[in-house]
Design a protein around this ligand. Structure first.
Ligand code: PLP
Length: 467
């Protein structure tokens, strides 16, 4: 495919050589990339010098923005001291030990050990393999099925994509693999029955889960994975009382609960973990992204003693734990993560997120609740979304082919805001945790202008909104 001649030379080289993740390859070949060449604070700059605030901190991850010198120094220092060593066969190094201790000290519930990987997907795949191993260790060879939730997002490797509950992660990939099940999305706005309270809706979600476990046979079900707040599937907050009710069902059938904190962890929700904000009591916790402020790839799986004990016994029987990545606990990534957690402590990240997050939530509601395109405004702390609907009375979304949120995000880019459209026409907000109130004002001004522009598009398309 020859790149169109209007693309500049770097863009043409991109089109000629890069297979982009999460991208329509044919549209990309036609339109070319947005090339980001620098960053400062919460802003990034493209190769034409245009500056943007990215409303989801890259991919919900650049928590400390794009120019933190302390993280650069921490990486350089560790590279000079020991650029690489692995953790197989009892080898260790100080950055990994220090990071493990720091994570255990900060865990939302007592945890026993920390395993490292390089991405959220790898962390979740590792957790799934640990759960299978754990049940084999207990002689429960049938107890292997893993439950995710429709619209849940857990990554894209074979097992984590199977767990993910979004159609585009399954379609044409021959996924999900057998043994992965999905229970209902706990989204009150769309899922509640007429007259149902949040509490009643939460009870119904727990009942549905129980029905699924009973239909499959509890002796075959091993674990449920859940994000405390669903991120990529739409920024969906569970209804009041949801997780305690879910946990009661899981405990009844000896099913483990895994909290996927890949987005929610490290202050995003106003508590250190989304599990604390949403009353999740996990046996296993996976995290990534803000663990290193996204400066280097690293993820972690924390397991409690209930899970670690039988696994440890089995490794002794077999002579090893036959799982691990070359870069598990990579010293440079671990050193950067240690520095990141120290920075969070020193800047009182939770106080900052509570203050600026309260402002973000209030402004989102003040500015957008009554907007003719907006059905729901939701969120807590520094995570939120507005959902665009065709009919505010019935909560009916636009036909997906109209791509209303994606078009809004495209307009927002013209106004210096990189937006993030979500499935179901949500627009996500998950900015760097260091963002200020005045920077948020800039974001919301750009969002408002993007919404006005898309209203004009829709009017041209002949769409009339039922307000
Ligand atoms: N889990 C959650 C909740 C995520 O949001 C993501 C990525 O966005 C993942 C897992 C996968 O992480 P990664 O892209 O690092 O594999």
């Amino acid at each position: 495919m020859t790149p169109p001649s209007r693309l500049n030379s770097l863009a043409a080289r991109d089109v000629a050589s890069v297979f982009h993740p999460y991208t329509d390859q044919i549209a990309h070949a036609e339109n070319g990339p947005v090339i980001i060449s620098g960053g400062e604070g919460v802003r990034v700059t493209d190769d034409a010098g245009k500056s943007y605030i990215d409303v989801v901190a890259g991919l919900w991850c650049a928590s400390l923005g794009f120019s933190n010198e302390r993280l650069v120094e921490a990486a350089a220092k560790q590279m000079r001291a020991l650029p690489f060593y692995h953790a197989f066969a009892s080898k260790s190094h100080e950055p990994m030990i220090e990071l493990s201790e720091m994570l255990l000290a900060r865990a939302p519930v007592p945890m026993s050990k920390v395993f490292f990987a390089n991405s959220g997907s790898e962390a979740n795949d590792s957790a799934i393999k640990m759960i299978w191993y754990y049940n084999n260790a207990r002689g429960l060879h049938e107890k292997k099925k893993i439950i995710g939730r429709i619209k849940g997002y857990h990554g894209i490797t074979l097992a984590s994509a199977s767990l993910t509950g979004l159609p585009y992660n399954h379609k044409s990939f021959d996924l999900p693999l057998p043994g992965f099940l999905h229970t209902m999305t706990p989204h009150f706005y769309h899922g509640a029955l007429r007259g149902e309270t949040e509490e009643q809706f939460a009870t119904r979600c727990a009942d549905e889960l129980e029905k699924l476990i009973l239909a499959e046979g509890p002796e075959t079900v091993a674990a449920l994975f859940a994000e405390p707040i669903m991120g990529a599937g739409g920024v969906i907050l569970p209804p009041a009382g949801y997780f305690p009710k879910i946990k009661a069902v899981l405990d009844k059938y000896d099913v483990l609960l895994v909290a996927d904190e890949v987005i929610c962890g490290f202050g995003r929700t106003g508590q250190y973990w989304g599990s604390q904000t949403m009353q999740v009591q996990p046996d296993i916790l996976t995290c990534a992204k803000a663990l290193s402020a996204a400066y280097l790839p690293i993820s972690a799986v924390m397991v409690n003693e209930r899970v670690f004990g039988p696994i440890a016994e089995e490794t002794h029987k077999l002579g090893t734990f036959g799982h691990g990545f070359t870069y598990s606990g990579h010293p440079v990534a671990a050193a950067v993560a240690v520095e990141t957690l120290k920075i969070y402590d020193e800047m009182n990240i939770l106080d900052h997120v509570r203050d600026v997050g309260a402002y973000m939530q209030a402004e989102l509601r003040r500015r957008f609740t009554d907007h003719p395109l907006v059905g729901e405004v939701r969120g807590t702390g520094l995570i939120g979304a507005i959902e665009l609907v065709e009919d505010r009375a019935t909560h009916r979304n636009f036909d997906a082919s109209r791509k209303v949120a994606a078009r809004t995000a495209k307009h927002m880019e013209n106004f210096g805001i990189i937006g993030r459209p979500l499935p179901g026409d949500g627009l996500a907000f998950s900015p760097p945790l260091i963002i200020t109130k005045s920077e948020l004002d800039e974001v919301f001004d750009g969002v408002g202008r993007g919404l006005e522009a898309v209203m004009q598009d829709l009017a041209k398309d002949g769409v009339s909104l039922s307000v």
